[in-house]
Design a protein around this ligand. Structure first.
Ligand code: NAP
Length: 329
């Protein structure tokens, strides 16, 4: 039985990934800093290792006798101190690469992000090479680009990079809960009447893509976009979601240019005064909510044989059923 070490094991994606791996005959080492969270993952074929991948010896020791590493752990947020993003997402990834070399890991799958394509512009059918290496819309984006560069620079570590767009599903703490909360308060911000096209992904499909990235012979040395392959108007998705959870949608129609200007000013003030609490709006949020972004996933379909196993509507329904049962955001 092949053994996979998963970083970010008890994160949103990590839990789905572990299930996908176990369901397909792998054994797993769940790696993370919080013992109490790791204990919840303990089951047959899941070992746990309490450690921090920013500490080289932790990740080296944890990955002894492991075949593969999937590095899904990250500081995954839109705001914070630059040094924390660099330390976790860049230096941490360098430690994972070091562990791969030291322990002759057969393949590293790195979870990067299509946020590197983001900007103040509509973009359609983006392929994997189509991004600005100097994109500094936020420190998260900068750190993901830097981490990818470190992976490319490192010799003798077979790698695959996966860039999954906008994950949603049960357990999500960012995308859908934020929309529902906004809907209950001031309304969901809507630019251009919500006609911008978004291209999001059921978390189950991302877990599938990561497993396929371990298995595909063609994948080594390559980078893949992952989405559901169902680009839709933002407002159209919102209406389906709010219908499913029986809450009437409330929209806050605002000017994109105005809000981008406001968010730039807020960021400027936060930076000057070293405020690390996430502002109510950021330039990145405005770009994500206001501009179209669709990804080309043909390469993943061809090389990984990636076929999404859950449609957007199925994902929304599943989320809504759980939400109506538990009312937890
Ligand atoms: N969610 C999305 O929409 C999305 C989209 C594209 C890409 N991604 C990428 O997908 C991956 C998973 O995202 P997610 O949404 O599952 O994020 P998440 O829920 O925040 O999970 C990330 C996990 O990484 C762990 N971690 C952070 N620093 C660590 C360290 N130094 N040592 C050990 N563990 C550490 C965190 O554990 P602690 O609790 O100990 O901090 C957390 O459980 C990330 O690489 C993210 O950048 C996410």
């Amino acid at each position: 039985m092949k053994k996979v070490l998963v970083t970010g094991a008890y994160g949103f994606l990590g839990k789905y990934l572990i299930k996908e791996l176990l369901d397909n005959g792998y054994s797993v080492v769940a790696f993370g800093r919080k013992k109490e969270e790791l204990d919840k993952l303990k089951q047959e074929n899941v070992e746990t290792y309490v450690g921090d991948f920013c500490i080289k010896k932790d990740i080296v020791n944890a990955s002894k006798n492991v075949d593969f590493i999937i590095h899904a752990g990250a500081l995954s947020t839109v705001w914070g101190k630059r040094e924390n993003f660099i330390n976790t997402n860049v230096e941490g990834t360098k430690n994972v690469l070091y562990a791969c070399k030291k322990n002759n890991i057969k393949r590293l799958v790195y979870v990067s992000s299509p946020s590197i394509y983001s900007g103040k512009v509509d973009r359609f059918d983006i392929d994997e090479n189509d991004f600005d290496e100097e994109n500094k819309l936020n420190y998260y984006i900068e750190s993901k680009i830097m981490a990818e560069k470190e992976i490319h620079k490192t010799k003798n570590v077979p790698f695959v990079i996966i860039r999954p767009r906008g994950l949603f599903g049960i357990g999500d703490t960012s995308i859908i809960p934020r929309l529902i909360k906004a809907n209950r308060k001031i309304g969901v911000p809507l630019f251009n009447n919500g006609k911008n096209i978004v291209d999001i992904t059921c978390v189950e499909n991302v877990a599938l893509a990561l497993r396929l990235a371990l298995e595909s012979k063609k994948a080594v040395g390559n980078t893949y976009n992952i989405t559901n392959g169902e680009p839709r108007e933002f407002k159209n998705i919102l209406e389906e979601l709010f219908k499913q959870i029986n809450e009437p949608p409330k929209y806050l129609k605002i000017s994109l240019n105005l809000m981008y200007g406001v968010s730039s000013t807020i960021e400027f003030i936060y930076k000057i005064f070293h405020i690390y609490k996430e502002p109510m709006i950021t330039k990145y949020n405005i770009c994500t909510l206001g501009y179209s972004q669709t990804l080309n996933i043909e390469k993943a379909k061809k090389d990984l044989k990636y076929i999404p196993k859950m449609t957007l509507s199925e994902g929304i329904k599943k989320y809504a059923e759980d939400y109506k049962r538990n009312k937890v955001l």
